[in-house]
Every structure is written in structure tokens, then in C-alpha cells.
Design a protein around this ligand. Structure first.
Ligand code: 6MZ
Length: 365
């Protein structure tokens, strides 16, 4: 585990509200209980429960959203999520979140995303680079990180790149999905690089989101889809037809889907703990990681919801090592290969390659 922690890592599938710390969730829930908004005694056991089915996970998200959806909580959980990932040597993080409207709190989708950005700015223990790199005229050597050599508590601060994906929830309408895409386009200069389709896979129809997803792609945003989280052969087929730049999960694929996935080379975001906890795969030994890995299909290990599933990215690597026999070298390569699937630009990719190159000299492979 220590070794997995020490290795640089890339996280490409992390839902902001799913990455909330248990301690923060309990604290925020207790505060709402004190105000009489919720009955804390009724929700405490829901928060602390560890073995949830997929449908129970979505009930928990409804609770988390009641507890977190005000600007200051969103800012706080963003800051904490970035600190947590950076503390285990995640060097590039794509954080995804569903912009939410809440009239009673004066929250619009835009102000929600601004609260997320405030969270990125609030991080002080780590150096965060989240806006796209621009080469200033006459200054070709502008640093990717400002204050890289800054110290925090006497130690050099770690560095992390963060990019944002805005999620469309499968409960939303075509118009609401389009609003999220337009917001993502307007927020590009703040590091929003793409769109994710997520939410309860038992809800909603693929066709509802197609206009917004097509528009996103035409405008140059990257698109990743939660695909095959439940058995829905036609939807998986249609999603693969769309040729997203990445997909998440791929648990309920059938022979025909695997063939098409492999021939299209679409990278898969693999979330081992999440898939096991939600019973989306029967056992870890039966997980499709092994087949995709052996077929050298592009894939990346991710946490999905580190708070909800009590995991972290180092733990996902540890599980891959113990379940599929990966050695240090294989884990390092797996982590490094993810550079090729990130949605940030080539300058960031180049910087990450250097990070892995120098880490290869320092971590025992
Ligand atoms: C599908 C998921 C998910 O957006 O409020 N989400 N969607 N499958 C999953 N696997 C278990 N885990 C999380 O983060 C929470 C939201 O992310 C999506 C759901 O829409 C959930 O409400 P944000 O920050």
C-alpha cells in the first residue's frame, strides 16, 4: 500500500459529492439536524453503512445532496477532495460534478460551478494548477505551476493538475443537459474540459441526452459516458456508436459489445471497489479488468466515489495488484499510460510524462 501511495497516479473518474469525507458528511448532516432541516438520528446509520447496493447508493446521493448543496459546502468538499487526492500522490485529477440549481439557496448551475472553483482556489497545502496553460507572448517559459517551490509546514508543497468535467444527471431533461453543456463551454478558461453522463443507470433514456452530447462534441468538449452499469444492450450499443472519448464501468457488456469496444479502442475507466460494492460484477476474479488488461485495451483505474465506497486510488492499485498479479512495474506502467487518455492539453501531458520519468528513477520498480 505504501508503495502504491508513493507512485504518481492519475485519477480520471471521481464524482465530487461521492468523494466527500465521512467526517465532513457527518459534520454537515449533524449541523442540518441541529437546525431541524433533517432528522440526524435517521440519517446517521445511512451514512455509516458500508455495503450498499447500486440503488441504495443513489438514495445516499440524494441525502448527500441535501447536506452539501449550498455554496460553502461545495467549496469545502472540493478543497478537501483535491487535498485528499494530492496527499496520496495523485498528480492529475479530473473531478466531475453535476451543476445544481436550488432557488431557495440562490444557487444556479453557474454559481454552483463557481463554488467548485472557489474550492480549487482555497487549497493551500498543495499547489493546484487548474486553468489551461497559455503561453504569454514574449514569455515562452511561463511556469505551469506558480509557487512550485513554496513550502507548507516546512515541506515542499506537492503539485496537482485539476480539470473539471460537468456531469449530466440521467434525471435531467434535454434542455437542462444543454444548459450544462453551454455552461461548460463558458467555463472552459477555468479548466472545464468535458462532459460526463452519469446518474442512476436505471433512470432516463439515452436519446434525451444525445442532442446535448453531440453539441458538446461539435464544440470541442470531451465526452465520457457511464456505459453498461446495468444490463441494457441497446443503450450500450448506441453509446458505443456515439464513439465517446472514454467510458466508465462497462460491467454489463455482452460479447458483441466487447468486440466493438476493443475494435474502437475507447479507453475504459475501471472502478474496482465501486463495481464490487454495488454488485455490478459478481466477484473480483470475474472482473473484466483482467480480460481488458490482457488484451492491452486502454484502461485506467479510478475511485468513482472514494467517500461513498471508503477507498482511495492507491487502494484501487493495491486491489489490482493482489487480485490480478500486477507487479510494481506493471502498476507504474498502468498509471503512466493514463496520461494518454486525459482530457487536458498536450502541454499538461508533456509535464506529466516528465513527472513519471523522474519518478521512475526514484520509486523502487
Ligand atoms: C452513476 C454516479 C455514480 O455530481 O453531485 N454518480 N452515477 N454511477 C455511479 N456509480 C456508483 N456515482 C456517482 O456527485 C454525485 C453524483 O454523481 C453520479 C450521480 O449522479 C450522483 O448523484 P456530484 O458531485
Amino acid at each position: 500500500m505504501d508503495w502504491c501511495e508513493s507512485m504518481p497516479k492519475i485519477e480520471l473518474h471521481a464524482h465530487l459529492n461521492g468523494s466527500i469525507r465521512d467526517s465532513t458528511l457527518l459534520e454537515l448532516a449533524r449541523a442540518l439536524g441541529d437546525k431541524g432541516v433533517i432528522d440526524f438520528s435517521q440519517v446517521e446509520h445511512v451514512i455509516l453503512k458500508n455495503d450498499r447496493s447500486l440503488s441504495e447508493v443513489f438514495k445516499l446521493f440524494d441525502l448527500i445532496h441535501i447536506v452539501t448543496t449550498d455554496h460553502s459546502s461545495i467549496t469545502r468538499i472540493t478543497k478537501e477532495a483535491v487535498e485528499d487526492f494530492a496527499s496520496e500522490n495523485v498528480v492529475y485529477l479530473e473531478l466531475r460534478t453535476t451543476p445544481k440549481k436550488n432557488d431557495s439557496l440562490g444557487m444556479s448551475k453557474r454559481s454552483y460551478v463557481e463554488a467548485v472553483l472557489d474550492g480549487l482556489r482555497a487549497v493551500s497545502s498543495v499547489v493546484v494548477a487548474f486553468t489551461p496553460y497559455k503561453v504569454e507572448p514574449g514569455n515562452l517559459s511561463s511556469p505551469l505551476f506558480s509557487g512550485v517551490n513554496d513550502k507548507y509546514n516546512g515541506n515542499p508543497r506537492k503539485r496537482i493538475f485539476v480539470r473539471l468535467l460537468l456531469s449530466i444527471d440521467r434525471r435531467e431533461t434535454t434542455e437542462a443537459a444543454m444548459e450544462t453543456v453551454i455552461l461548460a463551454l463558458e467555463m472552459r478558461h477555468f479548466g472545464v474540459v468535458g462532459i460526463d453522463l452519469s446518474g442512476n443507470p436505471a433512470v432516463g433514456e439515452w436519446m434525451t441526452y444525445l442532442p446535448a452530447l453531440k453539441f458538446a462534441r461539435e464544440q470541442g468538449l470531451h465526452v465520457t459516458l457511464h456505459c453498461g452499469e446495468v444490463l441494457n444492450s441497446k443503450e450500450i450499443h448506441d453509446m458505443l456508436d456515439f464513439l465517446p472519448q472514454r467510458i466508465g464501468h462497462a460491467c454489463f457488456f455482452e460479447e458483441e459489445h466487447w468486440k466493438r469496444l476493443k475494435s474502437s479502442n475507447i479507453p475504459v475507466e475501471i472502478c474496482l471497489t465501486s463495481n464490487i460494492r454495488t454488485l455490478s460484477v459478481p466477484t473480483i476474479d470475474a472482473h473484466h479488468f483482467a480480460d481488458l488488461y490482457n488484451a492491452k485495451h486502454p484502461l485506467v483505474l479510478c475511485t468513482d466515489d472514494s467517500g461513498v465506497f471508503s477507498t482511495c486510488l492507491s487502494n484501487e492499485y493495491k486491489i489490482a495488484a493482489s487480485s490480478f498479479g500486477l507487479g510494481r512495474k506493471e502498476m507504474f506502467e498502468l498509471s503512466k499510460n493514463a496520461i494518454e487518455f486525459i482530457f487536458a492539453d498536450n502541454v499538461v501531458k508533456g509535464d506529466l510524462r516528465k513527472t513519471f520519468y523522474s519518478a521512475a528513477e526514484n520509486v523502487e520498480l
